[in-house]
Ligand binder design. Structure first.
Ligand code: FAD
Length: 393
């Protein structure tokens, strides 16, 4: 990737900046995301709606599917400007996960039916992968789908769990077992299911921070038209893995980390009140410098993979590297924040605290989830060892 900027790109950058400044709700600039059904609710929903109206929500997508058709350098500049303006870079189950999968594996009907409403922020998606007994061992999933006697439908029975944002979603992409007698990776199919279908119910799971970001999802005789099958019957595992690569690329974005480190610096200049600020402490400065350098290294390493994806290649197993290092860096940064704030960090539930003091410890809680979701970090280490470094089992 050529990081030098042409005059045309500089002009593009100025236009993006101006638009963000005019359209980003100011509250979002100061408040990091916490895990409450994530990006598509509340003020974040307003931001996403404005992006959609501008045609920028699915900023990586080509025009034919409802995206802006940005060139590769424009995509980078767009992300960079979002970061510099404190604007959340849009991503979600629709734009970052099922969208790219349908472009690659979907039928013409599926592309036409599902992609434009995602880009317009009219239909929201959730992910039905994990089950009570199938998390890391995802291929062990038990939710069944059987061909109905009319051969036009599949009938789904079973349970998913940890389904983020299921309570707000219009559609769910689900992995189902369609051949129980085949080896476990070979009897799985990939289905698109309307959340309003008869037989689907959801139950919220309460989180440690009191919010409800994810749900248990139950399927009781749910009838799904066969045209909602992505790819062919029993060939869902390859599609499922490809989606995970896109997911890890999105969750491994280090852009939120840069903003968090900025906020850390501001906090360290204020703490402790009335004494020498922590910012002057040599131990703090050393840790902060390491975090800054690691964050920058990750950002530049990421450009290599971004280039491949923008050129239409799948992210590949390397996306695990970003997910793994990003989550661990974030956890280290949060530990430093808690040390800096001392006992004030125990007041995370107290909204009378300043936005910073409230938000930093809240972040600590979500970073614990980061090393679990999108596949746990132990699993990412296994993937990197086997698939990237080629080490033996
Ligand atoms: C905030 C959040 C949101 C989520 N959202 C969704 C969602 O929208 N949709 C969805 O389908 N799922 C979602 N998940 C579920 C997530 O994908 C799983 O939690 C994850 O894959 C781990 O599975 P598990 O919880 O069953 O843990 P387990 O698989 O039971 O693992 C338990 C522990 O054992 C370790 N372990 C297991 N196998 C191995 C191995 N082979 N080698 C080394 N260590 C191993 C794991 O690393 C982990 O530490 C979400 C999870 C979180 C935390």
């Amino acid at each position: 990737m050529d990081l030098k900027e042409s005059a045309q790109l500089t002009q593009f950058r100025a236009a993006v900046r101006e638009w963000i400044q005019a359209n980003l709700p100011s509250e979002i600039r100061t408040v990091d995301r916490t895990y409450d059904g994530i990006e598509e609710s509340g003020l974040m929903g307003v931001w996403y709606q404005r992006l959609a109206e501008q045609g920028w929500l699915a900023y990586r997508w080509p025009k034919e599917h409802g995206g802006p058709g940005f060139s590769e350098p424009e995509q980078i500049v767009f992300m960079d400007e979002c970061r510099q303006q404190g604007a959340p870079i849009p991503h979600g189950f629709g734009t970052s996960m099922i969208g790219p999968i349908l472009m690659r594996f979907g039928s013409d009907w599926q592309k036409e039916r599902f992609l434009p409403p995602i880009a317009r922020h009219e239909e929201r998606w959730c992910q039905g992968y994990s089950e009570p007994n199938a998390g890391s061992d995802l291929a062990g999933l038990q939710t069944r789908a059987e061909l109905a006697p009319d051969r036009e439908h599949l009938i789904v029975n079973g349970q998913k769990t940890w389904t983020s944002a299921a309570g707000q979603a219009d559609w769910i992409f689900v992995l189902v077992r369609t051949d129980p007698d085949a080896p476990k990776h070979k009897g799985i199919s990939f289905l698109l299911v309307d959340m309003k279908s008869e037989g689907i119910s959801v139950r919220p799971i309460k989180q440690i921070d009191g919010k409800q970001g994810f749900y248990e999802t139950f399927f009781d005789g749910v009838k799904v038209p066969i045209q909602n099958l992505v790819g062919t019957l029993n060939a869902g595992w390859g599609i499922a893995k490809s989606l995970l690569e896109h997911e890890r690329l999105a969750t491994g974005s280090n852009l939120g980390l840069g903003a968090y480190l900025e906020r850390m610096r501001r906090i360290a200049a204020e703490y402790p009140q009335g004494g020498d600020p922590v910012l002057l402490d040599s131990e703090f400065r050393q840790t902060m410098s390491r975090l800054d350098m690691d964050s920058e290294c990750l950002r530049y390493t990421r450009f290599r993979l971004e280039t491949a994806v923008m050129q239409g290649r799948p992210p590949g197993h390397e996306s695990s590297i970003f997910k793994l290092f990003q989550s661990e860096l974030f956890q280290d940064a949060c530990d430093l924040a808690l040390e800096t704030m001392g006992t004030d960090s125990l007041g995370f539930y107290d909204e009378r605290l300043s936005a910073d003091a409230y938000e930093l410890p809240m972040r600590m809680l979500i970073t614990r989830a980061m090393s679990i979701y999108s596949g746990s970090n132990e699993i990412q280490r296994n993937i990197i060892a086997k698939r990237v470094l080629g080490l033996p089992d």
